[in-house]
Ligand binder design. Structure first.
Ligand code: SF4
Ligand code: SF4
Length: 171
């Protein structure tokens, strides 16, 4: 099921790739009146159609960034010191200093059922992923360029947002 979903996603993504990237990049130079309402609608419609437990691709091929608060909360849950937790599971991204997972899939993913074994205390980055509603939308649109290749929900969301914008504006 998951493989079929992701194979179809990859095909859809590759077919639309340059158009999608061009659309998302336009937010760097254009202001869209009413963008927040359109994002809300596209977000709600997307989550009626996407079931993350059939996918879990973000947990398999990407890593969350662990904040200080995440590190404190999750290491405490495992009764480990933050240092031991870091040494066991994490590393520091040389490009930006972020604390990230050392391995993929994530060590906390149960690959049998695609469930997160620390769901209630998962990193904030995971809880908010794929960050559709970060504001202002234009400032965070680059996130969707990073995620769209891997995340079927992001592809659906961007398709829906584009339909809404195209119906109202000439870009
Ligand atoms: S957020 Fe995206 S990549 Fe992650 S499980 Fe949901 S659809 Fe898949
Ligand atoms: S902590 Fe949980 S939600 Fe976050 S990447 Fe790992 S398995 Fe996925």
């Amino acid at each position: 099921m998951a493989n079929k979903l992701l194979t179809q996603h990859k095909k859809n993504y590759l077919k639309q790739k340059s158009g999608l990237h061009n659309f998302i990049k336009k937010f760097e130079e254009k202001t869209v009146t009413g963008i927040n309402a359109m994002v809300e609608e596209a977000n709600d419609e997307t989550w009626k159609e996407v079931e993350c437990l059939s996918c879990a691709n973000c947990c398999k091929v990407m890593t969350p960034t662990f904040t200080k608060a995440d590190l404190k909360r999750i290491s405490k849950h495992f009764r480990m010191s933050e240092k031991d937790f870091y040494n066991k599971w994490l590393e520091t991204d040389k490009k930006n200093g972020d604390k990230v997972n050392r391995i993929q899939p994530c060590q906390f993913l149960n690959v049998e059922d695609n469930k997160c074994s620390i769901y209630e205390i998962r990193p904030e980055d995971c809880a908010k992923f794929p960050h559709f509603k970060r504001k202002p939308f234009a400032d965070y649109s680059y996130i969707h360029i990073q995620n769209i290749e891997y995340c079927p929900a992001t592809l659906k969301f961007i398709n829906k947002l584009q339909e809404k914008i195209d119906a109202k504006f000439e870009w």
